[in-house]
Design a binder for this molecule. Structure first.
Ligand code: 3SL
Length: 232
């Protein structure tokens, strides 16, 4: 039976073997939720990069550019990191180059894996189905916040563990802890997360509707997968 494990921060990736594994990169608030939304609204591919300058330069290759730092849209880019900005037809048929504080970093630091898929509550079952078919050991890589643990990515890891329970071995206590937290939270995740650091950060920026949207389960049947230098 394949296994599922959880890495709570990209800073802890040195403790894990990525080779031969499927990584599920997750940044619920909001990078991976936004990427899933972008694909659901017609983006052809997404190039996640770590630096603002790298992202800006990709405009010359015809990409739409998206950038967020500390929850705010970076100046001079086409888009920020709100999923709602990707629903108005703007990304239809386009390549999006994106850089965010933590989410794009989690993806790029997972490149040694056999496969990287982008996970969000929005495409939870699409990811679970893919992993069941793939039969590789799975590592959920939580983006966290600037190297530190966060609650929302951990809840996602628990939700995925719940979907895969009985079919995947739980590698260690990180998976169990995520599952227990998800069980405690799942009936009302908005309330459960109210005191969490990033929800407070986003609420200070008056970004309420993004939080509720990103916590919805199985809204989209899309599966962003890493191929070469981008998600397709
Ligand atoms: O850290 C990230 O990658 C972002 O998703 C953070 S924010 O939700 O846009 O503030």
């Amino acid at each position: 039976m394949p296994s599922i494990d959880v890495c709570y921060s990209p800073e802890l990736l040195h403790l894990y073997e990525l080779e031969g594994k499927a990584v599920v990169a997750v940044d619920i608030l909001r990078a991976t939720s936004t990427m899933v939304t972008a694909f659901a609204h017609g983006a052809t591919d997404i190039i996640p990069v770590m630096q603002l300058e790298e992202c800006r330069a990709l405009a010359e290759q015809g990409c739409l550019t998206a950038a967020e730092r500390n929850g705010i849209k970076a100046e001079g880019f086409d888009l920020g990191n709100s999923p709602f900005a990707y629903m108005n037809g703007k990304v239809q048929g386009r390549t999006v180059a994106i850089t965010t504080t933590n989410g794009t970093r989690a993806i790029r630091l997972s490149e040694a894996a056999e496969e990287i898929v982008v996970g969000a509550f929005l495409n939870l079952e699409a990811v679970a189905e893919h992993l069941r078919a793939l039969q590789l050991d799975v590592l959920v890589v939580c983006a966290g916040w600037k190297g530190k643990f966060n609650l929302e990515d951990t809840l996602y890891a628990g939700a995925l563990a719940e979907r895969l329970q009985g079919e995947f071995e739980f590698e260690n206590d990180a998976t169990l802890a995520s599952l227990y937290l998800y069980h405690a939270a799942k009936d009302d995740m908005v309330t459960f997360l109210r005191q969490s650091s990033h929800v407070r950060r986003l609420e200070n920026l008056e970004i309420h509707k993004d939080i509720e949207f990103c916590l919805q389960h199985d809204t989209y049947n899309v599966l962003p997968v890493w191929k070469g230098d981008r998600l397709v």
